[in-house]
Design a protein around this ligand. Sequence first.
Ligand SMILES: [Zn+2]
Ligand SMILES: [Zn+2]
Ligand SMILES: [Zn+2]
Length: 212
Amino acid sequence: MTTAHPRRVQVTGDMFHPQLPARAHWAGRQRPHLAESPFANPHPVDGGRKTPCPSCGVRHTLAEALSLYRRHLDQNPDLVRLAATVEADVQFACRCELDQPCHVDELLRRADEVAVIALGDDRDTTFAVQTTPVRTGECSAESDSCGKPGVVAVRVTIGQLRPDEISTLRITMCAEHEGNAPRMYELQVASARELQDPVKNAEFLATVGQAG
Ligand SMILES: [Zn+2]
Ligand SMILES: [Zn+2]
Ligand SMILES: [Zn+2]
């Protein structure tokens, strides 16, 4: 038996009369009265569907669909970051029974591991720090001299509003230096938190040309 993530809720009602709980985001594919969510699983579970998976051309079991969704999240860390920045009182809805496994749990468990740090400035600058598996990039350990193929990365995404701007920096580590990832994550979180201090914040914004 599965325990649903505390922010997962179930849509009830029939196909054409979905009942979406208040303050809930529909996290599935397009349905009557429910718009496609960016968090939808592109690999549908075959529950007597007319057509197989549009991406793979085969019919997926639940276990397969969930495993493919985990890979989808590995390849799209921005989805996890996006989920992490959704207001804390918003719930994520799917059709799945709450005692059944669901892609939403995969998404929310990962989102819980993203540190979101808001600087509270005029442009709502937000830092998001996350650890994510990668298949590209070179290890930057040992002052950039390692250079082996990356397997994990700590990503720091800085988002600002008015105007909307976003930039991501990535610290890549190879299989040998993978053990550095937790410390690197903590370091990035700590330096973002430091910027919540108004004096340091002003200095930081000056360096990115946003002072005054
Ligand atoms: Zn598929
Ligand atoms: Zn579901
Ligand atoms: Zn390395």
